[in-house]
Design a protein around this ligand. Structure first.
Ligand code: MG
Length: 403
């Protein structure tokens, strides 16, 4: 790995032509906020492709407003209403997730924003990297599941990966222009989620509706539960490891309930750089879409002294949130371990959201699945597909028998 500058410094380039943006998962929280940014700069960006899993009504409304060239509804059962609603417009309507992986490779596409949920983001991200597209990565599970494979592919591709996650956008900004050997550790901040101050014994009986009340960030259901269990921070540790080539032992998680410091980097001379901002995903999305050209000016609300009058930091409670420790275990084991962890977590979170299992059963399911899975040291893409399927089965089995 290169030991010099992390990223080339910003060069003065103007965007001479509008960039066509493919937004995968446009009806989700990040997708909707990405559309806000894309419409804030109509001379810079054009939404070329919008995709949704099965939110047909919202996809139709977005297509009518933003007029992309293509839309895809992944769930084929929802195809007809979308096709009919857009029949008179010059918008091609497709169905099925395989189409998404094809469309992202189209010559018209400049940047792919991966904002779909979970493992489903992997196939099209790999296709986009294969075609040399720039990626604004919001789907952190992609790097959790296949970090090694993606890193290897990126090294051989013209693609650049720009993080949309606020913490990784912060690392990116703190590392800009620094030498790799000067970094001593990454300090990943966590809000602590809705249960930061909830006593351990209460956690056995909390419901999905309690977990969905995040104190700072408005996000989709899956990531809000991941934030409540702190699995999200474990994922982000793995995401940082792959994005910045820093081993997991040098990534420290710190709870910062105000979510104003988006993350920090400590250097070998003891200096610490932090990036601050309001807890609003429009900021990191705007930063990622501005790369590599520069920052996109906005009239949005600024942080004021009242927003940062009190900033506090504390150590995470790994006994209360055992998924944090499991994420480090997955990083230590490497291979397909994090893929299995992610699959089990997706199954368990879905069951928790349906009120079928308790909050603490989420980490129990993940731990049991990680124990049961066959370890593969250097998994290929097909191995990861198999691991994902096997881990899902194991997790379902565990849930069916234990809870
Ligand atoms: Mg984040």
């Amino acid at each position: 790995m290169e030991s010099f500058y992390y990223f080339c410094n910003f060069v003065e380039i103007t965007m001479e032509q509008r960039r066509n943006i493919a937004i995968l998962g446009s009806t989700g929280s990040i997708g909707r906020q990405t559309l806000d940014i894309v419409s804030e700069y109509p001379t810079l960006f054009r939404p070329w492709l919008l995709t949704a899993h099965r939110s047909a009504d919202l996809l139709i409304r977005q297509a009518l407003e933003h007029r992309p060239a293509h839309v895809v509804i992944a769930d084929e059962g929802c195809y007809e209403p979308v096709r009919d609603a857009l029949a008179d417009l010059p918008i091609a309507v497709h169905a099925g997730s395989a189409t998404i992986a094809q469309l992202v490779t189209a010559p018209e596409v400049h940047t792919v924003v991966t904002a779909m949920v979970g493992y489903s983001g992997l196939e099209s991200t790999i296709a986009a990297i294969g075609a040399g597209k720039d990626i604004a990565l919001a789907n952190k599970e992609t790097l959790v599941v296949a970090g090694e494979l993606i890193t290897h592919m990126l090294a051989q591709s013209a693609s650049h990966l720009y993080p949309v996650d606020s913490e990784h956008g912060a690392f990116y900004q703190c590392l800009m222009g620094e030498r790799k050997q000067d970094v001593s550790k990454l300090i990943l901040t966590a809000s602590g989620g809705p249960f930061r101050t909830t006593p351990c014994e209460r956690l056995a009986t909390v419901k999905a509706s309690d977990a969905l009340k995040h104190p700072n960030w408005a996000m989709g259901a899956k990531i809000t539960i991941d934030s409540a269990t702190m699995m999200n921070k474990g994922f982000e540790m793995l995401e940082a490891k792959w994005l910045f080539g820093v081993e997991h032992e040098r990534i420290e998680i710190v709870v910062h309930p105000q979510s104003i410091v988006h993350s920090m980097v400590e250097f070998v001379d003891g200096s610490v750089k932090a990036q601050l901002g309001l807890p609003d995903m429009h900021l990191p999305i705007r930063y990622a879409l501005g790369l590599p050209t520069g920052r996109l000016a906005t009239a949005d609300r600024r942080m004021t002294i009242d927003d940062y009058a009190l900033l506090t930091f504390e150590r995470p409670d790994c006994e209360k949130f055992p998924l944090l420790t499991l994420a480090y275990t997955a990083a230590e084991r490497g291979g397909n371990a994090a893929c299995a962890m992610n699959a089990a977590n997706e199954v368990a979170v879905a069951a928790f959201l349906r009120d079928e299992i308790g909050f603490l059963d989420i980490h129990r399911t993940v731990a049991a699945t990680m124990q049961a899975i066959t370890h593969i040291d250097n998994p290929t893409y097909d191995d990861l597909v198999d691991t994902n399927a096997e881990a899902r089965q194991q997790a379902e089995h565990h849930i069916g028998h234990k809870f």
